[in-house]
Design a protein around this ligand. Structure first.
Ligand code: NAP
Ligand code: ZN
Length: 350
């Protein structure tokens, strides 16, 4: 029998999110049924709701920073038991047998299924995310939340955490590295905490005067105002790795001189054509690179959660009621959040 669920959905790119009843599938043998306790609010939720990427399937129930408790299990599930604290991130399935899946890089599988606004090829349904009271997910895509970690602060690790952890690991960040993060929002604040915990010297590039004190509290050694030419000049040739979390088109050229020889700027925020052409000369002349990175696979997401458990890392969150989501989106657009909204699903009645 299908599971009846209540959530919040957007019916079109211009409508506000509103209560929405729908059904989750009857659990298959490998499924985990989860009562959602908290769900983080990622800027990708807002991009999808407003159809910035042209891929939204309405009605959209967003949310891919999900934590909760297991309430039921399919007959074949052995990794979890009822009552376990678990998480679900941006992926709920993939083909499971291509090279990327075999390497645990399910995020790069051509047939990966996103947590919301994606078609589940097993039954043709459109996936619906974590702004809801229950979710049903195959056990391969369910993560263990380390014991003792605060559940509210753990929710954003499922996207903001892994999206910054994965490039830090891929580009081999350690205690000799100099890392910069562009943008102090949900992803940016996790990037600072994680890079610092890996031993790197960490710098924040921000367009916002007034974030310096907070950035330092989060672990930044240096804060550079990106609009200040003298501050930019002072960090010429410094960074092995820059992770750029800015959600909208912006000029990358000012950041390239701040990379060291062999340095890499990794985009995780904006997806699309650049309005200002990238000058390739400084890339060629000093073997610099501009790349991108998408969330992380399941094994690496579990590694990140365990790393956060060991180092006592969670997100800085502002807990909101479900009914306040539309106000939260307006504030997110103004970068008015320190540093992640997390919805308390106990406020979702009905
Ligand atoms: P967020 O909380 O809104 O933070 C974005 C930060 O970027 C802001 O705090 C701001 O920091 C800076 N910024 C610079 N110009 C901006 C502008 N015009 N508008 C808004 N912010 C601007 O967003 P987030 O949740 O961290 O997500 C960041 C981006 O990453 C989004 O595009 C999201 O879709 C994407 N994302 C990608 C992946 C992936 O796998 N690659 C995963 C999750 C999210 P300052 O004030 O410090 O400049
Ligand atoms: Zn996200």
């Amino acid at each position: 029998m299908a599971i009846s669920v209540i959530g919040y959905a957007a019916a079109s790119p211009t409508s506000e999110l509103a209560p929405f009843r729908f059904e989750r599938r009857d659990p298959r043998g490998d499924d985990v049924v989860i009562e959602i306790l908290y769900c983080g609010v990622c800027h990708s939720d807002l991009h999808t709701v407003r159809n910035d990427w042209g891929s939204a399937m309405y009605p959209v129930v967003p949310g891919h920073e999900i934590v909760g408790k297991v309430t039921a299990l399919g007959k074949d599930v052995t990794r979890f038991k009822i009552g376990d604290a678990v998480g679900v991130g941006c992926l709920v399935d993939s083909c499971r047998h291509c090279v990327e899946c075999e390497h645990g890089h399910e995020q790069y599988c051509d047939h990966m299924v996103l947590t919301y606004s994606s078609i589940d090829p097993k039954d043709g349904s459109v996936t619906q995310g974590g702004y809801s009271n229950q979710i049903v997910v195959s056990d391969r895509f369910v993560l263990n939340i380390p014991k003792g970690i605060d559940m509210k602060g753990a929710a954003p690790l499922l996207c903001a955490g892994i999206t910054t952890f994965s490039p830090l690991r891929h580009w081999l960040v350690d205690d000799h590295s100099k890392v910069a993060i562009v943008g102090l929002g949900g992803l940016g604040h996790m990037g600072i905490k994680l890079a610092k915990a890996m031993g790197a010297e960490v710098t924040l590039f921000t367009r916002s005067p007034g974030k310096e004190e907070d950035a330092k509290r989060l672990g930044a050694d240096l804060v550079v105002l990106s609009a200040d030419a003298a501050q930019m000049e002072a960090v010429t040739g410094k960074f092995d790795l820059i992770i750029d979390t800015v959600p909208y088109d912006h000029d990358l050229n000012p950041y390239i001189p701040t990379l060291s020889v062999n340095g890499t700027l990794v985009l995780v925020g904006y997806l699309g054509p650049l309005g200002t052409a990238l000058n390739t000369a400084p890339l060629v002349l000093k073997r610099k690179a501009v790349g991108g990175s998408l969330i992380g696979g399941l094994p690496e997401t579990q590694e990140m959660l365990d790393f956060c458990g060991e180092h006592g890392i969670t997100a800085d969150v502002e807990v909101i009621a479900m009914a306040d989501i539309n106000k939260a989106y307006e504030r997110l657009l103004k970068s008015d959040v320190k540093y992640r909204f997390v919805i308390d699903m106990a406020t979702l009645s009905g």
